[in-house]
Design a binder for this molecule. Structure first.
Ligand SMILES: NC(=O)c1ccc[n+]([C@@H]2O[C@H](COP(=O)([O-])OP(=O)(O)OC[C@H]3O[C@@H](n4cnc5c(N)ncnc54)[C@H](OP(=O)(O)O)[C@@H]3O)[C@@H](O)[C@H]2O)c1
Length: 294
């Protein structure tokens, strides 16, 4: 009797996605069809609250993933100033448990962090080894999450990203489109500098890392290419949707928020480009693609 030719055997990569109903999680859902050699398990907060450590262990025991991409996070930046304990539980302690369980199962752990770990005082793009200085509870909880990931699983890959938007969920782009359709004029902060990141591009970059034949642990910055301000970002959204709404420029001091944001958080992406050959798209080009798909 003939045996199955080995060339027909496909090694299916098993990928666990936590926080699967968030902006980034949903981009992975959209992207999954392009990767028939990957078996994805998408778990939302309801399916797997990552702060229920016993559930986390049970999922790893039953699914035994090759990769775990942690898209779950407490992301209510302003509310975190009041809900400190919850922010630390989800963004730090739970990340430590996910990292430790991944380590035990030899699962490659990919965690997402933020530009809010930086102090915002720089004038040139932040490298991964620049001194951090979170200005908010959220930023500090994410910084502690990075440390927990590395401590519990030194093989972790951590992606620091910034100004995330998507066709899914709530974000700056969708808020601007709504406001521009509702109002004759709006005011947007023009003295915070950073780079938008289309969540679809973050998901693609992570799939490129997974599909590369190498695994280089560490912290990697990733955003789209270029830099802008929220004000210029809003103006580009206005241009792309052909809105007549007047966009006024205001300083941060005229728009006080409970949590302080970095004044400058442009990320230097040389490390991820050289390690994983990730290609960056210009932020305007990605914004156009996202808005086209809305
Ligand atoms: N958004 C940004 O501008 C930005 C910027 C830089 C970095 N990041 C980072 O990028 C990553 C993805 O962000 P995102 O924009 O996709 O955030 P998001 O849309 O808020 O998604 C986060 C998801 O995590 C879920 N979640 C919250 N607590 C949980 C828990 N205890 N257990 C399991 N799931 C939980 C949320 O569920 P519910 O919706 O049910 O609450 C939500 O679906 C996060 O690590 C974030 O810190 C985001």
């Amino acid at each position: 009797m003939g045996s199955t030719p080995t060339s027909n055997l496909i090694f299916m990569k098993k990928i666990l996605i936590t926080g699967a109903n968030g902006q980034l999680g949903k981009e992975f859902r959209d992207l999954a069809v392009k990767f028939p050699d990957c078996e994805f398990l998408f778990l939302s907060r309801e399916d797997l609250p990552i702060h229920h450590f016993e559930l986390v262990r049970n999922i790893f025991n039953s699914f035994n993933p090759d990769f775990c991409i942690n898209c779950a996070a407490y992301t209510a930046v302003d509310k975190a100033e009041q809900e400190k304990e919850l922010a630390f539980l989800v963004n730090a302690e739970s990340v430590g448990v996910l990292a430790a369980v991944s380590h035990l199962h030899k699962t490659k752990f990919i965690h997402i962090s933020t530009d809010y770990v930086y102090d915002g005082l720089a004038t040139v793009p932040y490298t991964e080894d620049a001194i951090t200085g979170p200005q908010s509870v959220y930023g500090l909880s994410k910084k502690m999450g990075e440390a927990e990931a590395v401590k519990n699983n030194p093989e972790s890959v951590i992606i620091r990203t910034s100004w995330v938007y998507s066709r899914h969920g709530n974000n700056f782009v969708k808020t601007m489109i709504r406001l521009m359709n509702e109002k004759e004029s709006i005011s947007v902060v023009s003295d915070q500098h950073g780079t938008p990141s289309w969540a679809a591009d973050i998901a693609s970059a992570i799939m490129q890392i997974i599909n590369s034949r190498i695994w280089i642990p560490g912290i990697f910055n990733f955003s789209n290419d270029g830099e802008t301000t929220w004000y210029d970002f809003a103006n580009d959204i206005k241009r792309l949707i052909g809105s007549k709404c007047i966009v006024n420029s205001i300083p941060t001091s005229s728009y006080p928020t409970p949590a302080k944001r970095p004044q400058y958080s442009v990320l230097n992406k040389e490390k991820i480009i050289s390690a994983y050959h990730v290609k960056l798209r210009d932020w305007r080009e990605s914004l156009g693609s996202c808005i086209e798909g809305l």
